[in-house]
Design a protein around this ligand. Structure first.
Ligand code: FAD
Ligand code: DHB
Length: 390
């Protein structure tokens, strides 16, 4: 099989890239190791930055998002029993975020790709990228029990943190920057109306909690738990009791209880692989970087990467110049590191580190008070949350 761009992975990065290339008249083949149902049901991100919303609309993939997504002009931070609303729109000159789940973004993009786009092969597992530093890179993959080869002009590795494409970057050229956290998030999906009409990020002495939503009748809730926690060890009653404690306010409002339909634990890490390009292999999304989920940045970073790649390839077609392709890695990494900084800062602001010293806890309190009392500090948070430009 032969194509212009071989895309490995059909998460948000790979699917959106396929869509952008299709709209630009550039052919591509997407290889995805899992089946369609798995990709469409994997519960993950929920918050789309303004820039992501704009890109989805411009790619003709925003119709259902505009109908069913929930536009949020603010978020609530909660600590010491008190609420502090961050007026995202007021502090950023009108920028907002959209609460529309990753599952739905993927469903919309898959439907469009199958109806209008090039090949999207499910249960096609990439084994290796070969000859990445030549003009004819190849992806070896296994599909329906047989080994096949996809010959390409370019390969984009959108295969997530556990993918294989970045192994094609020689170890001597690669650098990894990493921080692991001694806690993770226990995420639950519940048939219960959201606690509040905006997202609530709570920094409680017992640990962080987040109240998000999937629809007016489905809540998405997260609790900070020690690293290595087994989700099954938490009974539904214990979970609700802990959520009620962490969201407690002086006015007594707590989340409504309802049947819990899904439970899982996500480890937290900050991780960046540099460079993001080797020859004609480009890494995008979680294949190149991970942020802790606190800032809701992962999916949005993946979108920034693939927009940058698509723009660079179109520029090459129009001008014959490789300049934007050559600068793909530094261009993406500037934005990636801003998101790494923002996500690490927000994580530190809101989580209870098990080894925090009394001094560090006082600093954390002072940082919180600064955001609650200083417009410039709140505006900095609002700008980071609504997103850095692509
Ligand atoms: P992935 O979604 O991981 O997709 C990679 C794809 O590649 C997968 O489908 C995988 O099956 C496939 N694949 C892997 N190996 C191979 C192979 N060898 N061959 C072929 N295919 C392969 N981000 C936000 O922006 N906002 C949020 O609110 C947010 N909340 C989050 C909450 C949680 C609990 C978690 C876990 C993450 C959250 N994120 C959030 C992060 C976001 O989900 C990820 O950053 C996003 O999924 C990255 O997209 P991706 O396409 O790069 O990678
Ligand atoms: C969701 C996830 C996040 O990481 C976040 O910061 C906000 C919302 C969510 O799944 O809805």
């Amino acid at each position: 099989m032969r194509t212009t761009v071989g895309i490995v992975g059909a998460g948000p990065a790979g699917l959106l890239l396929a869509r952008l290339l299709h709209r630009a008249g550039i052919d591509a083949v997407v290889l995805e190791s899992r089946d369609r149902a798995y990709v469409e049901q994997r519960q993950r991100a929920g918050v789309l930055e303004q820039g992501t919303v704009d890109v989805l609309r411009a790619a003709g993939a925003g119709e259902r998002m505009d109908r069913e997504g929930l536009r949020h002009d603010g978020v609530e931070l909660r600590w010491a029993g008190r609420r502090h609303r961050i007026d995202l729109a007021g502090l950023t000159g009108g920028r907002s975020v959209m609460v529309y789940a990753q599952t739905e973004v993927c469903k919309d993009l898959i439907a469009l790709q199958l109806a209008e786009g090039g090949p999207l092969l499910f249960e096609a597992r990439a084994l290796a990228v070969e000859d990445a530093d030549t003009e004819r890179p190849r992806v070896r993959f296994r599909h329906r029990g047989a080994e096949e080869v996809l010959e390409c002009d370019y390969v984009v590795g959108c295969d997530g943190f556990r993918g294989v494409t970045r192994r094609a970057v020689p170890a001597a050229l690669a650098q990894v920057f990493e921080r692991t956290y001694p806690f993770g998030w226990l995420g639950v999906l519940a048939d219960a109306p959201p606690a509040h009409d905006e997202l609530v990020y709570a920094g409680h002495d017992r640990g962080f909690a987040l109240a998000s939503m999937r629809s007016p009748s489905v809540s998405r809730l997260y609790l900070q738990v020690p690293a290595g926690t087994d989700a099954a060890a938490w009974s539904d009653d214990a979970l609700w009791a802990e959520l009620e404690r962490r969201f407690e306010t002086a006015d007594g409002a707590v989340p409504a209880r309802g049947p819990i339909t899904q439970k899982s634990v996500t480890p937290m890490r900050s991780w960046v692989h540099e460079p993001m390009r080797y020859g004609r292999l480009h890494l995008a999304g979680d294949a190149a970087h991970i942020v802790p989920p606190t800032g809701a940045k992962g999916l949005n970073l993946a979108v920034g990467d693939v927009v940058t790649f698509a723009r660079a390839l179109v520029h090459r077609r129009e001008t014959g110049s490789d300049a934007l392709l050559t600068s793909y890695s530094p261009t993406c990494l500037r934005r990636v590191w801003q998101a790494e900084r923002f996500s690490a800062d927000l994580t530190a602001l809101l989580h209870r580190a098990p080894d925090a010293t009394p001094f560090e806890l006082r600093l954390q309190r002072a940082r919180r008070e600064r955001i609650a009392s200083c417009r410039a500090a709140a505006a900095d948070l609002a700008e980071g949350y609504t997103g850095f430009p692509f």
